[in-house]
Design a protein. Structure first.
Length: 202
């Protein structure tokens, strides 16, 4: 019997209702759009998501990173991932409660056209449990990561208390971040000392 999903990645198709130009990047505006959709359907999880938790159980990123001039009917996909599947339902209700809902991203008006949650509909989408993810893991001599969107990492604060950010992903920072995020939400924690046993090249 398959496990119930803990992890959800979905692709949201936004369709331009009018001609508009989206300059890059749009990540901060996609972030605000995501929170507004949750808040419109269920204020309680919205308040939790607005809280300044150091590790957030969700991500959102535009799949088109270049600036684009959109015409009426053009698609602008967003990828949303959840490390807590319970957050997916209030997000999906934004589509179920108001089909073809109008939303704004930057200066453009868009329709919520579709949401894809299976790899058959989009290779960026899928659902899985933590246990299934571990069971599918296999030893490998080499692992290569590709970054399809701008990626930055929050580092230590400076002497004035201001946050520092790493603008380019380097191997040790990437894998330390992945283990920290895994252990924050998975019921099956990993020992961070595992990084001492691998060679990380950048």
């Amino acid at each position: 019997m398959p496990s119930s999903p803990d992890l959800v990645a979905c692709v949201v198709d936004l369709t331009a209702r009018e001609g508009t130009v989206l300059e890059r990047p749009q990540g901060h505006r996609a972030h605000a759009l995501f929170l507004s959709l949750i808040e419109a359907t269920d204020p309680e999880p919205s308040a939790q998501l607005h809280a300044s938790a150091p590790i957030k159980p969700w991500t959102i990123t535009p799949l088109h990173q270049q600036g684009r001039r959109l015409r009426h009917g053009d698609a602008y996909p967003l990828r949303v991932s959840f490390l807590q599947a319970s957050l997916y339902l209030p997000f999906a209700r934004a589509f179920l409660d108001t089909p073809n809902r109008s939303v704004r991203l930057a200066d453009g008006e868009f329709a919520l056209q579709a949401i894809h949650t299976t790899c058959d509909s989009s290779h960026w989408a899928g659902v899985q449990s933590w246990r299934e993810l571990i069971n599918r893991a296999a030893p490998a001599d080499e692992l290569t990561l590709q970054f399809r969107s701008p990626t930055a990492f929050s580092l230590a604060t400076d002497e004035r208390g201001r946050k520092r950010y790493g603008l380019f992903p380097d191997g040790p920072t990437v894998f330390r971040s992945l283990i920290k995020r895994w252990n924050a939400f998975s019921p099956l924690p990993l020992d961070a000392a595992i990084l001492d046993e691998v060679d990380i090249l950048t």
